[in-house]
Design a protein around this ligand. Sequence first.
Ligand SMILES: [Fe+2]
Length: 338
Amino acid sequence: MAEIILGVGSSHGPLLNLPPEEWEVRANFDRAQTELAYRDGTYTFQELSDLRKSDYFIEQMELDVKRERHAKCQKQLDDLGEQLRAAEPDVVLVVGDDQREWFFEDSQPAFAVYCGSEVHNKTWTDAERIERINSGRGGDLYSYRPKEDQVYPVETELAELIVGAAMDAEIDVAASMMQPKDPDGKLRNIGHAYGFIYRRLLLDKAIPIVPILQNTFYPPNQPKPKRCFELGRAIGRAIRDWKSDKRVAVVASGGISHFVVDEEWDAKMLNALQEWDLDCLLSEPNIMFRSGSSETKNWITAAGILSEPRRKMELHGYVPCYRSEAGTGSGMAFATWR
Ligand SMILES: [Fe+2]
């Protein structure tokens, strides 16, 4: 029988990929935003800044503080990567979100399991670079895409078992059989949630992957936390029932709160994950999971996978990384389940 050897949770936000000297670039991007999600409200940057007015955020914008936070995160990522690589998994199952990278308005599955035989992860093209730079997001490129084009084999047998197990649990997942292409025939790249894990934690090692794609971001069909957890349980069953001696690592990619940092909410979610407080975790209203904070659902699905038997989540680090006077940035978390 296959075995889950390790669970990993890792934030993947852009500040991890930008030197602290350049965080201001992203702060300027935030300052132009008119729909920032914070708790159950939506604000312009100025409104949010007025609402959260505090000396704390001003202190957090000091370059020394940013440097200290960035260094802490890099150490966490180095350690997590080392642990994941040392575990020598045969398969890496990544629970991520699709942020209009693979699926678009024409079809937006709440959950999709990729069952094609391989996944291409391509490095940035010049046109993509220029687009990112012009939109003010150019500096954060290097940890989402590989140094050179990569092809990862997909563990299709497991992916298909997962689809079956989800359907048995009456969770109707989409099965994606082919890496989508743009209308011009160009392959759409695998999303940042997956690229980050392969680039930053696995150092471009092409270990067979099973990508689980959740629509955490886009209305109207974001799955609720309880549904994510149930999907996770079905995935866990599929792995346990898989007649194979392969060793599977489970990775939750993304979260916790961003792009408005909410330390209180992060503590609530991370504590619920550590303590297996499912009442708290699964009853959290969907409105709290908006924008980047929605990626916290990737952790909830991973917890579902790791729930039978319950593994202990160890939080190795939580690092709030702020970049503006409105408290925008990312609440970064790094954890393992064993
Ligand atoms: Fe993300």
